[in-house]
Design a protein around this ligand. Structure first.
Ligand SMILES: Nc1ncnc2c1ncn2[C@@H]1O[C@H](COP(=O)(O)OP(=O)(O)OP(=O)(O)O)[C@@H](O)[C@H]1O
Length: 248
């Protein structure tokens, strides 16, 4: 049965690429305004799941809704209301940060004056003012991720899908990015899906998580309840216990 109050509702979603099953019978839901941890090691199927939610690749089975919109039938509606930061996002090196934000805003067919105002606001919010008119090619990893997050917010999305947003960041960069995500959920009610294999980040940020392993969901629920169920104290131990239990 589908959960009509959920911001994201995934029902038995599956994706095959030829002989490869990338996502197998995955179901979970995300509540409005929560920061939901989406965990799993490399190749577990996280990126493919996020891409299906955004209509960037079609499911081969199952269904999902984002803000009540069907991800296959209503792809454009979903895209208008969603922000996406892909993993290892390569920014165009010859654009400035400001030019890039305006470019992404234009793709949403927003009026130029509105896009300019939002770009300015995001540049200020992420502390990019001094670098805003420099070419992106020289940007540090931390600054690149801030621009990546800013572009994901240019359409003022209600749902934000972030694929490994903290990987490669130093502790200060990670802390700053996590604080921005907390503020988005707390102050603006944005629903965040935070895909990561950095367990401490998930632990810091998320109350509920889903864990993928070899294309399947091996756990989903409140972190505290999962810790109790598996009688473990830390996120590391929980993750290892889950993976061991489901080892092929
Ligand atoms: N376009 C594609 N064609 C063929 N196989 C693919 C394609 N995209 C993904 N896969 C395969 O699907 C599986 C899941 O990949 P996916 O990128 O979704 O995992 P992930 O959990 O995001 O991993 P990572 O953390 O490494 O990004 C992998 O075996 C991958 O090789």
């Amino acid at each position: 049965m589908s959960d009509t109050t959920a911001a994201i509702d995934v029902r038995r979603l599956g994706k095959r690429f030829g002989a490869v099953t990338a996502v197998d019978d995955v179901s979970f839901s995300v509540e409005p305004g929560e920061i939901f941890g989406f965990m799993g090691h490399n190749g577990a199927g996280k990126t493919t799941t996020l891409r299906m939610l955004l209509g960037l690749t079609k499911p081969t089975s199952g269904a999902a809704t984002v803000l009540g919109r069907d991800i296959v039938r209503d792809t454009l509606d979903v895209r208008r209301q969603a922000g996406y930061l892909p993993a290892n996002y390569a920014l165009p090196p010859d654009m400035t940060a400001r030019e890039f934000l305006r470019y992404v805003g234009a793709m949403f067919a927003l009026p130029p004056r509105l896009v300019d105002a939002r770009a300015d606001e995001l540049i200020a919010r992420f502390g990019l003012g001094a670098a805003a008119d420099r070419k992106l090619r020289g940007f540090s990893t931390g600054m690149t991720q801030k621009v990546g997050l800013a572009q994901a917010l240019i359409n003022e999305p209600s749902v934000l899908l972030l694929d490994e947003p903290t990987s490669g960041l130093d502790p200060l960069g990670r802390h700053e990015l996590l604080e921005h995500l907390r503020a988005l959920a707390r102050d603006r009610g944005v629903t965040v899906v935070f895909s990561s294999h950095i367990l401490s980040d998930v632990e810091t940020l998320c109350r509920r998580v889903a864990v993928m392993h070899h294309a399947r969901l091996i756990a989903c629920g409140e972190l505290a309840a999962l810790r109790r169920e598996y009688a473990v104290a830390s996120m590391d131990e929980l993750y290892l216990a889950l993976v061991r239990r489901h080892a092929a």
